[in-house]
Design a protein around this ligand. Sequence first.
Ligand SMILES: *[C@@H]1O[C@H](CO)[C@@H](O)[C@H](O)[C@H]1NC(C)=O
Ligand SMILES: *[C@@H]1O[C@H](CO)[C@@H](O)[C@H](O)[C@H]1NC(C)=O
Length: 275
Amino acid sequence: MEKVAATRLLICGLFAVLCLFSCPATSSEVEDESEFSYEEDEKNGPSGWGEIKPEWRLCNTGKMQSPIDLLNKRVQVVSHLGALQMKYHPSNATLKNRGHDIMLEWAAGAGYLQINETQYILRQCHWHSFSEHTIDGKRFDLELHMVHETEAGEAAVIGILYKIGKPDAFLSSLRDDIKAISDKTDAEENVGIVDPWLIKPSSLRYYRYMGSLTTPPCTENVVWTILAEVRTVSKKQVKLLRDAVHDGSETNARPLQPINNRLVELYKPKAYKKD
Ligand SMILES: *[C@@H]1O[C@H](CO)[C@@H](O)[C@H](O)[C@H]1NC(C)=O
Ligand SMILES: *[C@@H]1O[C@H](CO)[C@@H](O)[C@H](O)[C@H]1NC(C)=O
């Protein structure tokens, strides 16, 4: 026992030293998520994330943090944004248990989302339950984030909201792989070639605003796209994702952040009749 503990300590120490000297500053989400929690009554809970590390300070001091409530009353309906420009392709993917969430990573990228002239490469997707964004104060059961990044590290995220109902086909296709890494923090499972189109990310209407990553380091200037159409997921699927991370928490949804006069737009094609 003692030997194991000593070895662990040595390895941890080594990593700490290595990290001190070689870890580059990055806008990517933190991989080891055990350093923060979602429990408000814990010191490392959401309102204290910004005090855990200097490079996480935006979590507390940032003025354009996510998630937010998408209040239809203050949303500006626009048609100039245009339909989402996505050029995805199937790519080799790995499922990872990050301790607070399950992430599907396309290491080589799986195509891109283009906004204005910028191409944001699809890197990974992961799930939050309950949903992080709310619409008119209504919280949903699950939220999928498709995380895109440019080479320079600028991020654009597509968020998809789900309420309890029929199973989601994408999650159904990953069920056995999620089970395989269930309850094992840092476990990985190569799942082979996965086509992002299985997520069915296209939508006629979407919300757009500028925000941040919803986990430390809470990096800002993230272009958010939240699809207006709410999908369905089964209770079992939400439970599978929640049980898989086993972080002792009921949720991995960050509480709502102040909007601070930010512009929130709702894109609707001109011909769109239904409200
Ligand atoms: C996908 O990646 C895994 C792990 O890196 C590798 O073993 C496997 O051969 C790759 N599969 C394909 C189809 O490229
Ligand atoms: C896209 O371009 C428009 C017009 O120049 C600008 O207002 C908007 O902020 C840009 N959007 C993003 C996400 O860069």
